[in-house]
Design a protein around this ligand. Structure first.
Ligand code: PLP
Length: 367
């Protein structure tokens, strides 16, 4: 499938070979134990924590798109903490994005610190610390919610020279937007809750890698700790990936239009979208990303104005996620992000562009 373009790859990712009388995507297999062969014991499916065909099919799809072998987890946080806890040991140092998903930093400053792991915060836009003595460098590009972008290839090379391994959080970009493994990262980690599945109805996470030892470590970790997604969520996620290319295309078109609208308004400041030629992320994003995601950020000046904007809008839902079918906006300071009170992460959905622009214009006028 790797020779095909994105839409074709997304539709066919992880599907079994056609078989007369069988569905394109087999339905979810609900099983805790499976029948065992009384004589030979465990086959491919023995017990649901370690084996499930629906989950394996989803892993096949994500692995095809990322260009590695994937292991899925019950949420993005389950995937990220599996990565951190299975690769880091007492005395190790990890470099984390200073401006990335805040729960990862909180985990590092609590659980990891208590386990004797030192964390160094690195701004995604730089300056970067020395990687000497570092075990793991975790990148997040574009970083959420500020949308800074880092040079994954250059940072991976620098980390490898220092003897560190590199993981990249690909949540915002999705594997159709960016392929960190091809850019030199050892691992991709992501929340599949966002644009990858995109319907705001599933929590999912995954790690992908081409390193057999890391894959074995992560698989063992997941088998022993048990943070798996269920069969129905795995199936929903796989079904949703089929439309990833179409959803991203509309989200990107909407983000481009919304960013342009916001830039034209004197009552909006700090507009960020890596696809804007004047954006600080533009040069690296254009060079390393295959498409720019539908997330825009900006500042409305105060929490009160954000509330008036969201109340006035008919199409923009107040919600703390992104990448979904529906346009959503989140005032990040309410969750503890180090952002201004009026800072909004705005995730463009797949509504018609003209409707979205008209609604945002009317809501800004009313606010
Ligand atoms: C960049 C990033 N990574 C990881 C996560 C965690 O994912 P989940 O909410 O699926 O646990 C999030 C959630 O917002 C995120 O934005």
């Amino acid at each position: 499938m790797s020779a095909y373009a994105d839409g074709t790859r997304a539709v066919h990712a992880g599907l079994p070979a056609p078989e007369p009388g069988q569905p394109f995507l087999p339905g979810p297999v609900f099983a805790a134990p499976y029948h065992l062969d009384p004589e030979t014991g465990p086959g491919p499916n023995g017990y649901g924590r370690t084996d499930n065909p629906t989950r394996r099919a989803l892993e096949g799809a994500i692995g095809e798109l990322e260009g590695g072998a994937a292991r899925v987890f019950a949420s993005g946080q389950a995937a990220i903490t599996a990565l951190l806890l299975s690769t880091l040991h007492s005395g190790d140092t990890v470099v984390l994005p200073a401006d990335g998903y805040y729960t990862v930093r909180a985990f590092a400053e609590g659980t990891l610190r208590d386990l004797g792991v030192t964390s160094i915060a690195m701004p995604t836009a730089g300056p970067y610390p020395s990687f000497d003595g570092v075990r793991l460098v975790l990148l997040e590009s574009p970083a959420n919610p500020g949308l800074d972008v880092c040079d994954i290839r250059a940072l991976s090379a620098a980390a490898h020279t220092a003897g560190a391994i590199v993981a990249c959080d690909n949540t915002t970009a999705t594997p159709l937007g960016q392929r960190p493994l091809e850019l030199g990262a050892d691992l991709v980690v992501a929340s599949g809750t966002k644009a990858l599945t995109g319907h705001s109805d599933v929590l999912l996470g995954y790690v992908a890698t081409n390193d057999d030892d890391l894959l074995a470590t992560l698989t063992r970790w997941r088998n022993q700790t048990g943070g798996i997604p269920g069969a129905f969520d795995s199936w929903l996620a796989h079904r949703s990936i089929g439309t990833l290319d179409l959803r991203l295309a509309r989200q990107t078109a909407n983000a481009s239009a919304v960013a342009g609208l916001l830039l034209s308004r004197s009552d909006v400041t700090g507009v960020r979208w890596p696809g804007l030629p004047g954006d600080p992320s533009y040069a690296i994003a254009s060079a390393q990303m295959r498409r720019i995601p539908g997330v825009v950020s900006f500042d409305l000046g105060s929490a009160e104005r954000v509330a008036r904007f969201l109340t006035a809008s008919e199409l923009v839902f107040a919600a703390t996620s992104f990448g979904g079918l529906h346009t959503t906006a989140d005032r990040r300071a309410q969750w503890g992000d180090d952002t201004a009170p009026g800072f909004i992460r705005f995730s463009c959905g797949i509504e018609d562009t003209a409707d979205l622009l008209a609604d945002v214009t009317a809501a800004l006028d009313a606010a």
